[in-house]
Design a protein around this ligand. Structure first.
Ligand SMILES: *Cc1c(COP(=O)(O)O)cnc(C)c1O
Length: 359
């Protein structure tokens, strides 16, 4: 039986994408060769790369003033690449600290310039998205993590400012329409909502680049990858191929408005159960900040000793990946684009059955 995959990442991909990817690993487009053994400069792979870029532009609604890059090194490398490329030693960038990933981005940026943390929910264990702060007008950029994978919070509105956003969208990219104009640079590790690990998608406005005085190693300079169209060196060919298939799937299924509708329906279903079920409580203190991608919840007070029992019931029903991150505890159900609402219903039924038996 196919499992219901609530894993936080690497995570679920559409079944049709998996099938096509397996086929291409054996024989790509009837070439008699695997996608894994052809040149990244062959016409066949160039067509994949071109289509992937066209689909990203189409899905995200990007104008020609944005470049699309397929890089490696994970979102974690973007923590330093963004600051290295965008922030000079005597300049300041504003950061919001809304979770462990934000904190890591802040730490890395401090190696390259001044960092002002203008908003933080750290003191309350990152249980909400801060509001009511100013982004200083002299900030080179404002860095935010649009969805906090570990703590289960997500921005549903943006601070008012003319400062361009630099955003870590690793865990909610293409889950809803993007207000592109606000963003100078968007990055995302592929393994949450796009494809296999090993690929990092970057969307950047090239006019942000080339303004710092330091020497940037060639591979870490976004301009290298803009001018060489992500083929300065060997790109992660298989990961790009699978991501391209996922982009096709997103487009064929109605694009970002349809993804948002699917994700809202799934999140509403699960959060309603978390709120109604006496055995569980959500960990996000401001419900308006709840993530549609990663729902975090714990056992109700006094029921903590039943945690392992609930996880066992999940397992029996085929629900995997429900255990919470060690820094929050409890449970986390990740509901990326490819997860069907039927899987969420299975989890909800397990929660109800659990309450009937132990409540
Ligand atoms: C998973 C994740 C990361 C880390 O990504 P890597 O590709 O493993 O470096 C960074 N930011 C967010 C928001 C994430 O969810």
């Amino acid at each position: 039986m196919k499992k219901h995959n609530f894993s936080a990442g690497p995570a679920i991909l559409p079944a049709s994408v998996m099938e096509q990817a397996s086929q291409a690993a054996l024989d790509f487009n009837g070439m008699g060769l695997s996608i894994l053994e052809i040149s990244h400069r062959s016409p066949e792979f160039t067509a994949v790369l071109d289509e992937a870029e066209i689909l990203v532009r189409d899905i995200a609604g990007l104008g020609n003033d944005y470049a699309v890059l397929f890089l490696q090194g994970g979102a974690s490398s973007q923590f330093f690449m963004t600051a290295m490329n965008l922030l000079d030693g005597n300049e300041m960038a504003a950061y919001a600290d809304t979770g462990s990933w934000s904190a890591k981005a802040i730490k890395e940026a401090r190696n390259f310039g001044k960092v002002e943390v203008v908003a933080s929910s750290k003191e309350q264990n990152y249980t909400f998205i801060p509001r009511g702060y100013e982004v200083p007008a002299n900030a080179k950029y404002f860095h935010l993590t649009t969805n906090n994978t570990i703590f289960g919070t997500q921005y549903h509105s943006w601070p008012e400012t003319d400062v361009p956003f630099v955003a870590d969208m690793s865990s909610d990219i293409f889950s809803r329409p993007i207000d592109v104009e606000r963003f100078g640079l968007i990055y995302a590790g592929a393994q949450k909502n796009i494809g296999p690990a090993g690929l990092t998608l970057v969307i950047v406005r090239p006019d942000m680049l080339g303004k710092v005085s330091r020497t940037i190693p060639t591979m870490l300079d976004y301009r290298t990858h803009v001018s060489k169209k992500s083929t300065f060196n060997t790109p992660p060919v298989f990961a790009i191929y699978v991501a391209m298939l996922t982009f096709r799937w997103i487009k064929a299924n109605g694009g970002l408005p349809a993804m948002a509708a699917r994700n809202t329906a799934k999140a509403d279903l699960l959060y309603k159960e978390i709120d109604d079920n006496p055995m569980f409580v959500g960990t996000v203190t401001n419900k308006a900040d709840r993530s549609q991608m990663n729902a975090t919840f714990v056992m109700a007070p006094g029921k903590e000793q039943l945690q392992a029992t609930f996880l066992e019931m999940c397992k029996e029903a085929g629900c995997v990946g429900v255990k919470g991150h060690r820094s929050v505890g409890g449970f986390r159900a990740s509901m990326y684009n490819a997860l069907d609402i039927k899987s969420v219903q299975v989890l909800v039924d397990v929660m109800r059955g659990f309450a009937e038996r132990y409540g």
